[in-house]
Ligand binder design. Structure first.
Ligand SMILES: Cc1cc2nc3c(=O)[nH]c(=O)nc-3n(C[C@H](O)[C@H](O)[C@H](O)COP(=O)(O)O)c2cc1C
Length: 219
């Protein structure tokens, strides 16, 4: 290809190199966009419910079978928790996976109402790291933690697991007990404990749409 006259061969070479540099990124673009299907290098198990179905059919599951939860499922749930949005993208939520039977026994005594904790062989403790907050004291670690926890609950249901939010925050008696048990730094506050397991109980789906709770434009 001759772009410049014969007398300027080096210009031709430069022009070709410039064109190649412009075209190369278009050919070698390997970026994975948020809208891409399937989910690029994030592996989702076969048979996973779609997001809307999972949201609309999720229930709190408080009884579990003895079938062990594979490690890659826990990793998937952690990935779901970490995929959640966070204020200022501060990612203040931290996750403690507990599968040591001794610690599980001790942790199940922190919230006496949470008998389901005794049956789970693995739990995720969702915590807020106040040191990672960009605007301290605004309640963002709690909000960031809540959306991460909800992602875990929905993802667990979507892949056929059962889970439930058991409250640690805002109970002033429970928080220091969990901090001590798990060796958490003072600035890391446990929000909840999510026991995970294959469901040992069946729950009905509930359509909770209530038009009286929906307000358009003004109350
Ligand atoms: C902030 C919060 C705290 C909760 N605390 C507990 C708890 O300590 N123990 C428990 O068994 N369930 C707890 N739950 C689960 C609720 O009881 C449950 O979501 C509610 O009854 C609706 O049932 P469903 O999850 O099956 O739709 C909590 C849920 C939320 C969002």
């Amino acid at each position: 290809m001759k772009i410049f006259p014969r007398s300027y061969p080096s210009f031709n070479l430069i022009a070709l190199v410039l064109i190649a540099l412009m075209v190369a990124p278009l050919i070698t673009d390997t970026r994975i966009w948020a809208q891409d299907q399937p989910a690029g290098n994030i592996k989702v198990p076969k048979g996973t419910l779609d997001a809307v179905t999972a949201i609309l059919t999720r229930r709190s599951i408080r009884d579990y079978t003895s079938r062990p939860v594979p490690e890659e499922m826990i990793k998937l749930l952690l990935t779901a928790g970490m995929a959640a949005p966070s204020a200022f993208n501060e990612r203040s939520t931290e996750f403690v996976v507990v599968n040591d039977p001794k610690i599980l026994r001790e942790i199940s005594q922190v919230n006496p109402a949470s008998l389901q904790l005794k049956k789970a062989s693995v739990v995720i403790v969702v915590c807020g790291n106040q040191n990672k907050e960009k605007n301290k004291g605004q309640g963002y670690w709690q909000l960031n933690g809540a959306v991460a926890a909800e992602n875990i609950l929905i993802a667990a249901h979507a892949v056929g697991l059962g889970a439930v939010w058991t409250a640690i925050y805002p109970y002033p008696d429970r928080i220091p007990k969990v901090q001590k048990l798990l060796n958490l730094p003072a600035e890391v506050i446990p929000l909840n404990i999510i026991p995970i397991g294959y469901p040992g109980e069946r729950k009905m789906q509930e359509n909770r749409f209530d038009p009286s709770r929906a307000h358009y434009n003004r109350w």
